[in-house]
Design a protein around this ligand. Structure first.
Ligand code: GLA
Length: 388
């Protein structure tokens, strides 16, 4: 891949002198969905698919961007003096947002850059192609301008840029999973204080299979922000009765005891999901540590049911993929992953069942939804790297 992106860089920008090659992964969340903005736990991992980037410094303040995923857009030009979001800027709003966020923190960019990207994450699939581009951009800036920032800083800067430049109110999970990724490990992160531990994922005789619904979703135009504010209102209602900082502070019994403080049925369901999903995530990691993969899978399934019935972020596409997956012997667990409303499911499938999983779930999906799903058997990889 390094040779491919360098060759393309030469084609687009004339030569590749002084250019460096970078990679940042995508991510998949195994369990702990819609908990990261509720002070709860998440359990994502970085993938070996992600975003490759080639970059080099310029002598002026211009920025030039080219994506091999959107070749028809050609080279998109901008300038360090124009770091403002705009509809015309398309995908370049993500790297520009990160540049803006560095400058906001006093890390000024002394010159412009030529950048080329090539993503191996299917666009809009819910495997965090945008967070991957953000962390990649942070890694590029750190390398070329010698900024003293850790990988965790890259995650926080990425999230800050997405919240404040791209106006998507996402939590920290995606950028953290990508910036802090570790081969063959998932990250058990407490979003209340960013404490975390790596948990080895040694799936003997099974693999992680991702099914992409091919129903595109953009976080911005989804109900993501609406769910977030429903949870905030529910929290404020609970806080009139109990002293908590976030929904993640409650366990199931404390929730049941105080849930009547929430004034609407819909908000009660949303809060219930946030509380129960957090507890499920804690239990799932415990089960994994005890080598109980069957329980881990059951908790994944319960997570999907809660996201379907209480949080209401699944939809017919994701429900079909998951409910068909549950029918296949050899499927240890299956659930939607990411924000929902389209995007992907994640399943843990025994090796001998993978072919029939892809065939049967694929057929049923095509029949019911009218277009095909795509399947990826994925591996857990490291965080961002400089490849040269
Ligand atoms: C998106 C957001 C994350 C997280 C998930 C839901 O991926 O970017 O911060 O909230 O949705 O778990």
């Amino acid at each position: 891949m390094k040779d491919i992106v360098l060759k393309k860089f030469e084609e687009v920008y004339g030569d590749s002198r002084e250019a460096k090659v970078f990679f940042a992964p995508g991510r998949v969340n195994l369990i702990g969905e819609h908990t990261d903005y509720n002070g709860g736990h998440v359990f994502p991992c970085a993938l070996t698919i992600g975003t490759y980037g080639v970059a080099r410094k310029r002598n002026d303040r211009m920025l030039r961007f080219f994506s091999m995923n959107f070749e028809h857009l050609g080279v998109i030009e901008s300038s360090l003096d124009d770091l403002v979001p705009s509809d015309n800027a398309g995908w370049t709003n993500y790297p520009k947002g990160v540049m803006w966020a560095f400058e906001e923190r006093g890390m000024k960019l002394s010159c412009g850059l030529d950048i080329l990207l090539n993503g191996t994450i299917p666009n809009g699939s819910g495997l965090s192609s945008s967070a991957s581009v953000e962390v990649l951009t942070g890694a590029i800036l750190r390398e070329f301008f010698d900024f003293d920032v850790t990988n965790q800083d890259l995650a926080l800067i990425g999230q800050y840029s997405e919240n404040n430049f791209n106006k998507v109110n996402c939590g920290i999970m995606d950028q953290f999973a990508i910036a802090m990724g570790k081969k063959n490990h998932a990250i058990f992160l407490d979003t209340a204080d960013l404490s975390f531990e790596y948990a080895p994922i040694a799936l003997e005789g099974a693999k992680i299979v991702i099914a992409s619904s091919n129903k595109k979703r953009g976080l911005g135009d989804s109900k993501y922000n609406e769910r977030r504010s429903e949870c905030e209102t529910a929290l404020a209602e609970l806080q009139k009765e109990i002293n908590i900082e976030s929904l993640g502070d409650l366990d199931e019994s404390a929730f049941e005891q105080h849930q009547s403080a929430i004034q609407s049925d819909v908000r009660r369901k949303r809060a219930k999901h946030a509380v129960y999903e957090n507890q499920r995530t804690i239990r799932a990691v415990e089960a994994l540590k005890n080598g109980n993969i069957t329980e881990f899978g059951q908790l994944m399934n319960a997570s999907h049911v809660s996201l379907r019935d209480d949080y209401e972020v699944t939809g017919i596409e994701l429900d079909t993929l998951v409910e068909e997956a549950w029918k296949i012997p050899g499927v240890i667990g299956s659930r939607m992953t990411g924000a929902g409303f389209g995007g992907c499911t994640v399943s843990i499938v025994k090796d001998e069942a993978i072919d029939s999983f892809i065939e049967k779930v694929g057929q049923a999906y095509q029949q019911k939804i009218g277009y095909a799903a795509d399947f990826y058997v994925v591996e857990i990889g490291d965080g961002p790297v400089v490849l040269s």
